[in-house]
Design a protein around this ligand. Structure first.
Ligand code: AKG
Length: 250
């Protein structure tokens, strides 16, 4: 674990391979598929994200393609079991150096799906940009439920970016990294794809710059994503980070 902590501190992300066994992952895939047809609310659709490649509206072709099944934790005991999985919790507790861990219901707490045919590009950003906590030190857990590759739009990260302090001018109005600036292009050239297999878990810092492409494959990509904070890192009252209570995990 010591090496993992050092790695995470240096790069802002860590992959633990095969953390979730195949039978559990298979059960989650069938639960997710039952939740997609019909899409069980609350759902965010491709048309809602307004990312590059998104359909114009929910009535445009592909507009009602599910992008996120929201509020994953409260949907089913199987999702709750993953949120409290001992290996995930132990890794988070070590990375955050805390014995009090809470799951946020206000941020990543969803199943992200990327469908062939209608999926959008997620531009370079730090998740913390719209989150409000005492410290910008949260960690998201990204469980792959199938292969994640460049071809189907896996996550790309900029290693070490959780330590960067970028001038505001490097970001656009929506706080995405501007791709028209040569200094940003230099950074983006160092993008690292995080290729995963079913059961692999990516842990990434809320300041780590990341992006993702479209799903060019012919199968749906499904990923369960949660965000956690330490007990002494409180959400700021009356912000989007404090709408729903956080859930005590340890
Ligand atoms: O498109 C993706 O898979 C990445 C999503 C993402 O980065 C986010 O929601 O913060």
């Amino acid at each position: 674990m010591k090496d993992d902590i050092r790695d995470f501190e240096e790069k802002g992300f860590l992959v633990r391979r095969n953390l979730i066994d195949d039978a559990t992952a298979t059960d989650l895939v069938s639960l997710i598929d039952r939740s997609l047809k019909p899409a069980l609310a609350p759902v965010e659709f491709e048309a809602d994200v307004h990312y590059p490649g998104s359909p114009e509206s929910r009535t445009a072709p592909g507009g009602n393609t599910p992008r996120r099944l929201l509020h994953a934790y409260s949907r089913d005991a199987q999702f709750q079991a993953i949120a409290r999985h001992p290996d995930i919790v132990a890794t988070l507790a070590a990375l955050m150096q805390t014995d009090q861990l809470l799951l946020s219901q206000n941020h990543h707490n969803c199943v992200m799906t990327k469908h062939p045919g209608f999926s959008s590009v997620t531009s370079w950003h730090q998740d913390i940009r719209y989150w409000r906590f005492d410290r910008p030190e949260l960690i998201s857990v990204w469980l792959a439920l199938g292969p994640e590759t460049i071809d189907n739009g896996c996550l790309l990260v900029l290693p070490g970016s959780h330590r960067w302090d970028l001038d505001p001018g490097r970001l656009d109005a929506a706080l995405f990294l501007r791709t028209d600036l040569a200094e940003n292009q230099e950074l983006i050239a160092k993008a690292t794809p995080v290729e995963l297999q079913r059961g692999d878990v990516l842990f990434f810092h809320s300041r780590t710059l990341h992006a993702a492409g479209q799903n060019q494959s012919d199968t749906v990509k499904r990923t369960l994503v949660y965000t956690y904070r330490a007990g002494d890192n409180q959400p700021i009252p009356e912000t989007r980070s404090s709408v729903f209570d956080d859930i005590l995990v340890t």
